[in-house]
Design a binder for this molecule. Structure first.
Ligand SMILES: [Zn+2]
Length: 310
């Protein structure tokens, strides 16, 4: 039975969402926000535990109410942890630019894993991505998975990475040449990953992901919920800037569609309130190999007739 979590001066639903994310950071198990805006018992217990640990303890008759001091202490303890949003498969003719508007508005940086073929189709949009301070990554020439039979020869993989690299560099310039590579579908094994990282002159890090809301097949609200409930400091989140539902989830309102209720602020605003949004290279540290999400040491998958679209 969920209990109401009253918040002293802070009665806005938006603050409740932020609090839930802060509790998530504190190591409390993620608790789903109920449709009525209330937390489950576990989140209330986490707030009470936090308040009792404060020195001096919060002097409230009913511990669990999030007063202004609790709010400040939570934020001070959490600081501004960093996460990385990644957007794959673009640039897209009509979706990428509004996303850039949103990122710019909130001062957020992201990483765009670009398909080489698309770079040539939408060069102005890709140039804007790079000029806005976002990181541009390589996502293959035409999104064919590197475990397909046509890539059985490693030289074909290397040629594909190079071809995409050159198409991207032709738009963004050598100074902003990609330094991160995400293979289509995340399909790579140790051998292929090693060879990609050692392609002469490119110095690539192969990048996976930590949080995957499966945005290519999910409604906007489901994407919004999944991202907010699973984001923790240091994660790299997989999204696609070719999916309208992803734009709705991130921006709250897009293309005549909107998220319900307080969620209409969009996940981007909530994330930017709690986290500093940086590129994957900034998250990993300059010059470090960033290979997360279980890509390393993974064998190529058995290929099913239909495959996911990340
Ligand atoms: Zn992809």
């Amino acid at each position: 039975m969920p209990l109401p979590l009253r918040k002293g001066e802070f009665q806005q639903d938006f603050d409740v969402i932020i609090l839930q994310m802060l509790l998530n950071i504190e190591g409390s198990p993620a608790r789903r926000l109920k449709p009525d805006g209330h937390f489950g018992d576990g989140t209330l217990e986490a707030v009470i535990k936090f308040q009792k640990a404060l020195s001096p303890p919060v002097p409230l008759e009913t511990l669990g109410i999030v007063d202004e001091r609790t709010w400040r202490e939570l934020q001070a303890k959490v600081g501004s942890p960093r996460i990385a949003l990644t957007f794959d498969d673009g640039p897209h003719a009509s979706l990428t630019a509004p996303l850039l508007d949103g990122l710019d508005w909130w001062g957020a940086k992201a990483t765009f894993f670009v398909v080489g073929e698309m770079a040539g189709r939408h060069p102005q949009i890709l140039k804007r991505v790079a000029d806005s301070g976002h990181e541009v990554g390589n996502h293959s020439w035409d999104h064919t998975g590197y475990c397909r039979p046509s890539f059985a020869d490693i030289d074909a993989v290397i040629e594909d990475v190079r071809r995409a690299h050159e198409a991207i560099v032709a738009v963004v310039g050598q100074a902003k040449a990609p330094r991160v590579m995400r293979p289509p579908y995340g399909w790579v094994d140790t051998f292929r990953e090693d060879r990609i990282q050692h392609i002469a002159g490119l110095d690539y890090a192969v990048v996976g992901w930590d949080v995957d809301p499966r945005d290519w097949e999910s409604p906007a609200k489901a994407i919004y919920d999944y991202v907010l409930l699973n984001t923790k400091p240091g994660v790299n989140i997989l999204l696609h800037d070719i999916q309208k539902n992803t734009m709705v989830a991130m921006l709250g309102n897009f293309g005549g569609a909107s998220l319900p209720g307080v969620a209409s602020v969009g996940a981007l605003r909530v994330l930017c309130t709690v986290y500093e949004l940086v590129t994957v290279s900034q998250l990993a540290g300059v010059g470090k190999t960033y290979s997360k999400g279980g890509l390393t040491s993974r064998a190529c998958p058995a290929l099913a007739p239909s495959s996911p679209s990340n």
